[in-house]
Design a protein around this ligand. Sequence first.
Ligand code: NAD
Ligand code: LMR
Ligand code: MG
Length: 605
Amino acid sequence: MWRSAARRSSLFRRLLSSSSSSYAPPAVYIVNKRGNDILNDPWYNKDTAFPMTERDRLGLRGLLPPRVTCFEEQYERFINSYRTLENNMQGEPDSTRVALAKWKDLNRLHSRNETLYYRVLIDNIEEFAPIVYTPTVGLVCENYSGLFRRSRGMYFTAKDKGEMMSMIYNWPADKVDMIVVTDGSRILGLGDLGVQGVGIPIGKLDLYVAAAGINPQKVLPVILDVGTNNEKLLEDKLYLGLRQPRLEGEEYLAIIDEFMEAVRARWPKAVVQFEDFQMKWAFETLERYRNRFCMFNDDIQGTAGVALAGLLGAVRAQGRPLHDFPNQKIVVVGAGSAGIGVLNKAKKATLKMGITEEGHNQFWVLDKDGLITKAREGLDPAVASFARGSGPNEIPDLHEGASLVEVVKKVKPHVLLGLSGVGGIFNEEVLKAMKESDSPRPAVFAMSNPTTKAECTPDDVFKHVGENAIFASGSPFSNVSLGNGKTGYANQANNMYLFPGIGLGALLSGARNISVGMLEAGAECLASYITDDEIKKGILFPPVSRHITAQVGAAVLRAAIAEDLAEGCDGVGPKELSTMSELETVDYVTQKMWYPVYHPLVSKK
Ligand SMILES: NC(=O)c1ccc[n+]([C@@H]2O[C@H](COP(=O)([O-])OP(=O)(O)OC[C@H]3O[C@@H](n4cnc5c(N)ncnc54)[C@H](O)[C@@H]3O)[C@@H](O)[C@H]2O)c1
Ligand SMILES: O=C(O)C[C@H](O)C(=O)O
Ligand SMILES: [Mg+2]
């Protein structure tokens, strides 16, 4: 039913005032503990910022140094000590040591005082994302068993079959909104890291808190330890996971099924993000659960939306209209879960622009065996519609298994996109061949993570392809100075621009499941976020922030409403959500974001 604008905005104000706004005075928290138990709980701990009245109320008098400091002083103290650490490590030749030292410093704060930790992270997200997330998180996973100090998240293993329904109640929080789960089988481009892969859900959820304002009390990192096929880990005496080969087939699926059912039983409205599953299980689990649970696979679906935004940006950067996209020649290196996800999404965009299923002809796909053609033995059905044939539209001599350099030389692509997990594969010869691209602004996307697995660096691209090139990578690199005050932009093309907004939009809509339309709405929002001026400079993506997440989240939420998938959240039903204008939805999503401030504490005892 139509409502007047005035009624609508009064309803909207009411909804906002009932939400946990960052601008409202902080609510009082009732605490079930006293004394040291509070200081040892990072959620409640304020360190030296407990006021004297609270120290009296909570049995803290005498347990802390006498001077009460304010939040700002604590913040400054942390940042200063972090800067000292940085200075002390300057000149250290081993960059691994430096990265791990920074990660440990942040991790210690995370374990001690969550309010301070998340404020530091939110305020300095560009500086700290590379430490708590890609690329340092890769290093952390590789060394996890040695670095382990304090458990974070839940571990469900092959030995827990039949127990998960009760185990899930061991998690202390009553409500969980966001779960990121991995089986550790394909951690970034580092392969099977078994139980050590738990670092990935932890890092992804840190971004959920920082960029999407999900309450850290309501996030749950999960590792499903079904064994590992990594021989080195199996022989490592420090390894903390099950020492057995990975479960396969029905045995494997039974574990994942049981976990999903346990989640549904305790938190039926939680959003579950699948992360870093090896290709076969990534696709199989997505198909198995996408219509039954509110879940998505970030590597397939999140990456696809980010890559498509980048591909459309590359069209705009040439001064071409978007409907020119089907004429762009795109070479994709890597036909795994991420590569196939990107190809399917890009093909869908082409079909939307009026190209027929038989008529699309813009992709050349390579995997570890070279160019994929219809002559490939045992052609994977997932890649079949991208396999090159031998018709009149084909470039002669581009045979099955052709090498990357041959393909680039003959195709002269507009875009070269890597999701191969092979560091340096876009070598000098390949990049020099890209210089002959048919595009005036050849684009190179080296999307593999972490940094050591990037297909090339921005320095190589601006040197060998030319200053007009466009560059994006999965892990962060610094911009390149091209002389004469000109900058070569090193964009970061990482699914971190989308997954926080997808999860947030799905959560606030209370969606039954995450549809293609919801994902498309998020991706379209990201693609239109950058202005023409920025695109002309070669800037394809915005810095990750709450602003972009709120926009993406609102787009996802509205799509859920439009598709009648929304059931509402926190007492705000689909009807109320559907009366909000686009702008009001963005405001609503922003206001629902958790923001770290100290709350007055009152003891229950
Ligand atoms: N930037 C992002 O947002 C993002 C998102 C998802 C994945 N990734 C990265 O993409 C990489 C691949 O992920 P995935 O899930 O698709 O892995 P995957 O194991 O499923 O697929 C890897 C693919 O690369 C191919 N490959 C291996 N060696 C090759 C070579 N020498 N030449 C050409 N192709 C080769 C394999 O045959 C396979 O098709 C990882 O490094 C991952 O970190 C990045
Ligand atoms: O984790 C990332 O940084 C991106 C992506 O999900 C990956 O698997 O590489
Ligand atoms: Mg991933």
